[in-house]
Design a protein. Structure first.
Length: 446
């Protein structure tokens, strides 16, 4: 591999020979001078060439200089190339205070002259050409933020002796319910299912004696939703811990995790996020507010909004209303909604013996649900009865129920959507903007 200097390294280098590689963002082909803005994964730099045009009187000129001028004149946006030349620091240059006088260009791959998308192209059009759309500085930053966010979470867990697991995504039976499942033909005329979540296998790790585990991995939902926050394939952030007293232990761990991760993003990318997204990254204070669901519904009603749902849960507008209340009252972007009725919770959520409500929560971030967390029921006889109440056949859950027939500790955990966190952190309108390649009911490519 030849020596390559990244754009972000140029300011710290002394004037002199340099080689940079990237793609052409713009070309300004003026009569006496040519400018090329070259961008790589770290930034953009201005390349300059004193143009040599054919002499009107037909006199001989430097053939190499003429060829370089002609080459630059015919560069297409998106062409990948390596430029060699002389680095010069000049505070008058707006783009980083440096520029490179071109000595030569080595084209790796030329782009077609007409780019299929523009800055004002619609979201679906940009998704059709996502590999080009991702060249934008904003989009590059999204995935640097994602990297920092995930690294900070992993660091939090690893430093506290959590075990990282990679659960299977092909399952012999439904993971949580018979709904929203993708069926996959398997060997010998068998049918497999794509996992909706690692829920059952997270719990298996608890009865296996792992104690504390986490996973960041894909999950699949055959949900024909076309909302801004749903996808058929998404990245799920999951954790499960043993020997808890209630779901409050899970909530405390999650709020610490999020505070740590968001602080890491603010420290590393805060200035750039402000410049490109006009967002001030706010590191949340602990503890996050907690509001029981029944109280949240009363607050929403007092704000003049009637929730149309009949199951007792909040709808998206209700979530926005309670989030507005929390922001006005506590100055906080997060809120735990707690104490859900069993009818709107999974069969494996533990129930409080006094209230009959589940020991569970949803976590809202800027008015959107990003997490469901709970203490799990670990007593197999109770699990069987709760499954029956949900209309589930315990025989179809035998592989799961077996986990608890040989002993199990009290445990709980959460699942959180990575794309939703990024979307809300950056003030975007859709998870499509912060997903590398989005999958939805009508999108399987690119």
């Amino acid at each position: 591999m030849s020596e390559r200097t990244l754009v972000q390294q140029l300011q710290s280098r002394e004037d002199g020979p340099v080689s940079v590689s990237g793609w052409v963002e713009t070309v300004r082909d003026q009569k006496k001078v040519q400018f090329v803005i070259l961008r790589d994964e770290t930034g953009a730099v201005q390349l300059v060439n004193p143009a040599t045009r054919p002499a009107e009187d037909g006199s001989e000129q430097d053939a190499a200089a003429l060829a370089l001028t002609d080459l630059i004149s015919n560069l297409s946006t998106g062409t990948f190339l390596t430029a060699t030349g002389e680095l010069k620091h000049d505070e008058r240059v707006k783009l980083g205070g440096v520029e490179i006088k071109i000595g030569g260009l080595d084209i790796a791959a030329a782009a077609l002259p007409e780019t299929p998308i523009a800055a004002d192209s619609g979201l679906d059009k940009r998704m059709d050409w996502r590999f080009i759309d991702l060249r934008q500085r904003r989009n590059n930053l999204v995935f640097r933020i994602q990297t920092t966010l995930e690294h900070a979470m992993r660091t939090y867990w690893v430093e506290r002796d959590y075990i990282e697991v990679h659960s299977p995504k092909l399952m012999a039976s439904p993971s949580e319910s018979n709904a929203e499942l993708f069926e996959v033909p398997y060997f010998e005329d068998k049918t497999a299912y794509l996992a909706q979540s690692p829920q059952f296998f997270k719990q298996m790790a608890q009865v296996a004696g792992f104690g504390k585990i986490f996973e960041i991995a894909p999950a699949f939902r055959a949900d024909p939703s076309f909302t801004s926050r749903h996808a058929t394939e998404f990245t799920s952030i999951d954790a499960e811990i043993s020997w808890i007293d209630s779901h409050e232990d899970v909530a405390r761990m999650q709020e610490e995790l999020l505070q740590t991760a968001i602080r890491a993003v603010a420290d590393k990318h805060g200035d750039e996020i402000k410049a490109l997204f006009d967002i001030d990254v706010v590191v949340p204070e602990l503890p996050f507010p907690r509001i029981p669901l029944s109280e949240a519904r009363d607050i929403v009603a007092a704000r003049g909004y009637e929730i149309p749902r009949t199951d007792g849960d909040l709808d998206p507008e209700g979530e926005r209303q309670i989030a507005a209340h929390v922001q006005e009252t506590y100055g906080h972007q997060f809120v735990f909604i707690t104490d859900y009725h069993p009818e709107i919770r999974a069969f494996y959520h533990m129930r409080d013996e006094e209230t009959g409500l589940t020991k569970s929560y949803d976590l809202l971030f800027n008015g959107v649900e990003i997490t469901t967390g709970a203490q799990r029921e670990h007593r197999v006889d109770v699990l069987i009865e709760q499954a029956k109440e949900k209309g589930l056949d315990p025989e179809h859950l035998d592989f799961y129920l077996d986990f608890f027939r040989f002993g199990a500790p009290p445990h709980g955990g959460f699942g959180m959507g990575l794309a939703r966190v990024l979307m809300l952190l950056l003030g975007q309108d859709s998870i499509r903007e912060v997903t590398y390649l989005f999958r939805g009911p009508t999108r399987l490519a690119p």
